[in-house]
Design a protein around this ligand. Structure first.
Ligand code: BG6
Length: 500
């Protein structure tokens, strides 16, 4: 063998095969993430992206589309040299992935690329397609033998939603397991790629001041609030079948909840972390009919005003059934029945077309007896720890202090690190982190099957209840913070949704 031809692939070198390369996700998120990974020198030079789409395009034309998307969506402005590096990695392959007979040709195409590209026989199959195509593509990969000939790592990345209930998720999982073992399946929940979600563990497990009071003796309640001003845009076909429960609760919210409530893992290995998260899901209270009646509120938006503009109601959105019963909002109160959390309510709310776009985890600590500094008409403010997930990323803490401008007043002092984060507004996009982890083989930020299974078990019961129950939809105005009953849900406990 000619020594000059021997190549040594980097550990992350691979052929990254994207199904759905002309879709919105690839255009908005994946390609911008790749661009920034190249910019941060995190992608090896021996790296090939095979972009598979049904449309008839040349690689050159595809690259032009990609560049347009990156200019629009990347967190960093486009630098010509960096773009050229990325462009050289991209190859377009036209193929209808419903055509199971075409996978052998794709297989040969990948093998040919591998001959020249020094990618170490490593392959990543990324399914950035609508969920209805997941099983077909996995079958095609199996039929074409694409996963059999990886001589290095061989990973499968699946976007959400993973199934539409426990039954379909189990079926999908079984199909994937025929081709990829669990350790090679990366189920995406892009929230886990967000900086502040990863920071939950750092805040809890690197600060004695927080971890020592992270329990039912000191915490009064925890709120998880993911609100959006956006409506459903052009996604009616998906959203009509999904609703807020499947779209946000079953995945993002339950993942956040399990990170907030988990026990410290014995180390930072992916399975140690995932084991602890899974225990939280297993400890969630039984979803009984009494629970459903008392603790769950569904909503659907009506027309209203967002950012001074009139917007239509959900039922008037394009391709939405004018009598649709799909929920665009859900609020719930849930308990985790274990030693640490017994008795602490977790209030959750998420929805579309609300008055704010924000993601927050709010930890409200218990009040001290208000005997010493009691004053008629003055309420002592609670200690609050708020993790701002977005749009600002930072930690907010509220504590009481003497008001130095008066003799004996007490005022809440507010510390907020958001403004101290130097990279604010330019933090690595979740997908950069996730793609990098896929290449490194670290699945900590991806959902393991047992987590998905538990999450569906909980979500299914709530969704079935919504399907049985007739709520008087629409029941909140676009631009408001959801239905009245969502306020009552928390106010009847003598608490309120905290907006800071
Ligand atoms: C997606 C949902 O998973 O998350 C969308 O399908 C939602 O409906 C989105 O808008 C919110 O993500 P982010 O990162 O914009 O908060």
């Amino acid at each position: 063998m000619n020594v000059e031809n021997v190549c040594i692939p980097d550990k992350l070198s691979s052929v990254f095969i994207i199904f759905g390369a002309t879709g919105d996700l690839t255009r908005r998120k994946l390609m911008s993430a790749f661009y920034n990974l190249v910019r941060d020198e995190l992608l090896p030079s021996n790296f090939v992206i095979i972009a598979i789409g049904r449309r008839n395009k040349t690689t050159e034309q595809y690259r032009e589309d990609v560049l347009e998307g990156i200019i629009k969506h990347s967190r960093n402005p486009v630098d010509k040299k960096i773009w050229q590096k990325l462009a050289a990695m991209i190859v377009y392959y036209q193929f209808d992935f419903n055509d199971l007979t075409g996978y052998s040709a794709l297989h040969r195409f990948i093998q040919n690329i591998e001959k020249d590209s020094c990618t170490g026989g490593n392959r990543v199959f990324y399914l950035a397609v609508a969920p209805v195509f997941f099983e077909t593509i996995v079958k095609g990969i199996q039929k074409g033998g694409l996963a059999k000939t990886c001589s290095g790592f061989c990973r499968c990345v699946i976007e959400k939603p993973f199934g539409k209930d426990l039954k379909t998720a189990t079926k999908l999982n079984e199909s994937i397991l025929k081709v990829f073992p669990e350790k090679n399946i990366y189920r995406i929940d892009h929230y886990l790629g967000k900086d502040m979600i990863q920071n939950i563990m750092v805040l809890r497990f690197c600060n004695s001041v927080f971890e020592s009071i992270w329990d039912n003796k000191h915490i009064d309640n925890i709120q998880i609030s993911l609100t959006e001003q956006l409506g459903i845009g052009s996604r009616a076909n998906y959203y009509e079948r999904s609703g807020a429960m499947r779209d946000m609760f079953q995945n993002h919210i339950l993942q956040i909840l399990s990170m907030v409530a988990m026990e410290p893992p014995s180390n930072l290995n992916m399975d140690s972390i995932r084991n602890e998260k899974q225990k939280v899901l297993e400890s969630i209270e039984d979803i009984t009919s009494d629970f459903l009646k008392k603790n769950v509120v569904f909503g659907q938006y009506d027309e209203g005003i967002i950012k001074d503009k009139k917007v239509c109601g959900y039922r008037q959105e394009e391709n939405v059934d004018p009598l649709s019963e799909t929920e665009t909002f859900v609020a719930l109160k849930i308990h985790i029945n274990n030693f640490r959390w017994a008795g602490v309510p977790f209030y959750i709310r998420t929805g579309k077309r609300l008055g704010t776009t924000s993601g927050e985890i709010i930890v409200q600590f218990k009040d001290l007896p208000n005997t010493l500094y009691y004053k008629e008409g003055r309420e002592q403010q609670p200690n609050l720890l708020i993790l701002h997930i977005q749009p600002n990323v930072g930690v907010f803490f509220q504590f009481n202090t003497k008001d130095f401008t008066s003799h004996n007043d007490i005022v809440p002092a507010k510390m907020d690190t958001s403004s101290f984060i130097p990279a604010q507004g330019n933090t690595p996009e979740a997908y950069e982190r996730l793609i990098y982890d896929i290449l490194r083989g670290d699945a900590s930020l991806f959902s393991r099957w047992d987590e998905v299974e538990s999450a569906w078990t909980i979500a299914d019961r709530i969704i079935k209840y919504r399907e049985r129950k007739k709520t008087n939809f629409p029941n909140y105005k676009a631009g408001s913070m959801g239905p009245e009953r969502a306020f009552e849900l928390i106010e009847k406990d003598g608490r309120k949704w905290i907006d800071v």
